[in-house]
Design a protein around this ligand. Structure first.
Ligand code: NDP
Length: 284
């Protein structure tokens, strides 16, 4: 294998250790960071995500309180719970696991969470802060991607960065963060013409399409950094990313695996945001 393997498990462990030290320091000041996790319905993937978040909180020393609601919960009931959590001074972060059942408007839920407790960084106020470069929460997966690149020894400044995907959760915010790191960013999507040609000019490619083989070796410049956000199943049912890892790793300079790349970073960055929330709400 030619490319450096960017180890998300190791880097996320480093970040969780930093978050644990920060949580311990907050506790010494009498503040116990606390995350409220809300799960509505019994989507099996969501249950796994929620349980992983609870485990990470326990490992880092952040208190977590779970609210598991039935799939028949009304929008009104969920908004009432969020209102109570907003008012609870012992709760610093609120995370409502998406997707929500169809009777509940996700946008209304995102708007209802107090921006100070919005550890997912989905509220338009926090999205605005991100875009204007103001201090505050950073969205977990995109911020995790920046950490992966930097902590594996690469700089973003002056690099041609291509982001494939323009979702509110990954594509748009990661493009913004790459630009703030002084990268020159191109955002591609399903209507992009000549994706191959654009990628061939990239020093850094971030793929977040959810489509197997979005990035193949012929699209990759020798030595480029490849970040694979995708979480897909291949024809054999095995977890895989958007990138043709086996062939791209022979051309790229550095590459993230799936699993073990971007995935573990999301929760590690969430732990950091919980500490940030506790600090913001205590004016420190
Ligand atoms: P969305 O489905 O919301 O967005 C996918 C984006 O990819 C869209 O902008 C779409 O374009 C674009 N796209 C789709 N196919 C192509 C293509 N063939 N060529 C170019 N662009 C294409 O997905 P998300 O952003 O929510 O997630 C993307 C992937 O990342 C998924 O596999 C998801 O599971 C994974 N993910 C992983 C996380 C982690 O922690 N590791 C966290 C979040 C997501 P258009 O806008 O034109 O439709």
């Amino acid at each position: 294998m030619k490319a450096q393997l960017i180890d998300g498990k190791m880097i996320s462990a480093e970040i969780k250790a930093e978050a644990a030290a920060e949580a311990a320091a907050l506790k010494e000041q009498g503040i116990e960071p606390c995350l409220a996790v809300v799960l509505v319905g019994d989507n099996s993937a969501s249950k796994v995500y929620v349980s992983n978040k609870e485990k990470a909180c326990a490992a880092v020393g952040i208190k977590s309180v779970s609210h598991v609601l039935s799939g028949e919960t009304t929008e009104e009931e969920l908004l009432a719970l969020i209102d109570a959590l907003n008012k609870d001074a012992n709760v610093h972060g609120i995370l409502v696991q998406m997707p929500l059942p169809k009777q509940i408007d996700e946008r209304k839920v995102i708007l209802a969470i107090s921006p100070e407790k919005d550890v997912d960084c989905f509220h338009p106020m926090n999205v605005g802060n991100l875009h204007t470069g103001a201090k505050g929460f950073l969205p977990c997966t995109p911020a995790g991607i920046i950490e992966l690149i930097k902590r594996s020894g690469h700089s973003i400044e002056g690099k041609n960065c291509v982001v494939i995907g323009r979702s509110n959760i990954v594509g748009k915010p990661v493009a913004m963060l790459l630009m703030q790191e002084n990268g020159t960013v191109t955002i591609c999507h399903s209507k992009t013409k000549d994706l191959v040609g654009i990628c061939r000019g990239a020093d850094i490619i971030v793929s977040a399409t959810g489509k197997v083989d979005t990035v193949t070796a012929d699209m990759v410049k020798e030595g480029a950094i490849i970040i694979d956000v995708g979480m897909n199943r291949n024809a054999e049912g095995k977890l895989c990313g958007d990138v043709d890892f086996e062939n791209v790793k022979e051309v790229a300079g550095a590459i993230t695996p799936v699993p073990g790349g971007v995935g573990p970073m999301t929760i590690a960055m969430l732990m950091k945001n919980c500490n940030t929330a506790a600090r913001i709400q205590n004016g420190i």
